[in-house]
Ligand binder design. Structure first.
Ligand SMILES: Cc1cc2nc3c(=O)[nH]c(=O)nc-3n(C[C@H](O)[C@H](O)[C@H](O)COP(=O)(O)OP(=O)(O)OC[C@H]3O[C@@H](n4cnc5c(N)ncnc54)[C@H](O)[C@@H]3O)c2cc1C
Length: 359
């Protein structure tokens, strides 16, 4: 994997990507499409949120049923990108899925009904669908509504990308050590690698990165239970506070909660107890716990991604802050970052990492 032959011509050097979650994978995908070369360093997904996320794309969110930011742009772009990758890597990850949203009371149901008449909401809210069979399984306090959503198997995808990058011999499974990075005028040097630029896609671990320590991190841990629910047969995602997402066989993904103080990847007894307490108010039927998982969502204070180049070191870049919506955001913003790198197209100021000033 040595690239010493390119040492004399900086333009021919590869990009160095640190982190191969959904952000790093998408960045590599669009670099590959643009004909650029790259080397990836990832410590075998040790800290990856992407490997345990449900991968839901939910266009209508929150108590007030608000359309998610730029969803009309992100969702079709994401679908197109994931489907292209499915063909290229021979893996199936995208699924259009209805989200059955149970209301907590009748007032919420009325609010929902009024939203179905708002301009731009009609394509995401289904009014004709019934899923009454679910009330045999879910405690129903105020009816339900249906959202046109989707789910991407992010865990399967990052594994498929990992195999792809290993076959191409562009992936090193190791921890990136900041002290070994030398920033040069015409690129960067990391141990034996000479690269054009280094782009950090480290998820929540970015708080430890000396070049991006000034970002206002508000990362949030989430714990998840994988449940076996033999009697529940549904093709739909169920949402009542939390999500119940069908996987294969009788298995379901259940989660997730939010924790801001303990930013470790370890599942905890407190987290599990919290999930089980909430499940008690949601599910009427028997279940068995198969796995208990945890990871940390990379969130920034203004809830927007951060991408682009370091204000003082243009050979150092970042794609981070995908928060709770990495599935829909990663494809679009990875492409925008590649356009900056390859064609110098400006990043919108709202998501440009340079909006955060260094003190
Ligand atoms: C419980 C939970 C549920 C979620 N559900 C959803 C959902 O339904 N829909 C949705 O859109 N989003 C969801 N998310 C959010 C989603 O997971 C994230 O937005 C997304 O995965 C972030 O991707 P990333 O590539 O930025 O980071 P990550 O997936 O964390 O990837 C970062 C990678 O970098 C590696 N790394 C870090 N530092 C180093 C280093 N120094 N050296 C080498 N490697 C390093 C890590 O090991 C990891 O492989 C959920 C998150 C959690 C925790």
């Amino acid at each position: 994997m040595s690239n010493s032959t390119n040492a004399s011509n900086p333009k021919k050097r590869p990009y160095l990507i640190v982190g191969q979650g959904i952000a790093g994978s998408m960045l590599a995908w669009f670099l590959e499409k643009a004909g650029e070369s790259f080397i990836i360093i990832d410590n075998s997904h040790k800290y990856a949120a992407s490997k345990i996320a449900a991968g839901i794309i939910n266009p209508i969110t929150g108590r007030r049923f608000v359309k998610s930011w730029m969803i009309e742009t992100f969702m079709p772009f994401a679908k197109n990108t994931y489907q292209e990758i499915e063909t290229a890597l021979d893996v199936q990850v995208w699924k259009d899925m209805d989200i059955i949203r149970f209301f907590i009371n009748n007032a919420e149901g009325n609010n929902w009904l009024s939203k179905t008449t708002w301009e731009g909401y009609d394509k995401f809210l289904k009014t004709e669908k019934t899923a009454d069979y679910l009330t045999d399984f879910i405690f129903d306090a105020g009816g339900y509504g249906t959202v046109n959503g989707a789910k991407v198997d992010l865990g399967k995808l990052v594994k498929a990308f990992r195999n792809h990058f290993q076959e191409k011999e562009v992936l090193r499974s190791e921890l990136f050590e900041y002290d070994s990075l030398v920033v040069q005028e015409d690129g960067v040097k990391y141990k034996d690698i000479l690269a054009k630029k280094v782009i950090f896609c480290e998820g929540y671990r970015s708080y430890a990165n000396p070049w991006f320590a000034h970002l206002p991190y508000e990362s949030a841990k989430g714990e998840v239970l994988i449940l076996r629910i033999p009697s529940l047969k549904t093709p739909d995602i169920i949402k009542k506070h939390l999500f119940i997402v069908p996987l294969e066989d009788d298995l379901f993904w259940f989660g997730s909660n939010y924790e801001w103080d303990d930013l470790t990847d370890e599942p905890t007894q407190i987290g599990k107890a919290d999930l089980l307490r909430q499940l008690k108010g949601i599910l009427k039927v028997d279940y068995e716990i198969v796995h208990h998982l945890a990871a940390v969502r990379p969130v920034l204070k203004d809830r927007r991604p951060a991408l682009g180049l370091h204000p003082n070191h243009p050979n150092i870049g970042i794609l981070n802050g995908l928060g709770t919506k990495g599935t829909s955001l990663a494809p679009y913003w990875a492409k925008a970052l590649v356009e900056l790198l390859v064609t110098d197209k400006a990043i919108p100021s709202e998501v440009d990492v340079q909006r955060f000033k260094i003190a």
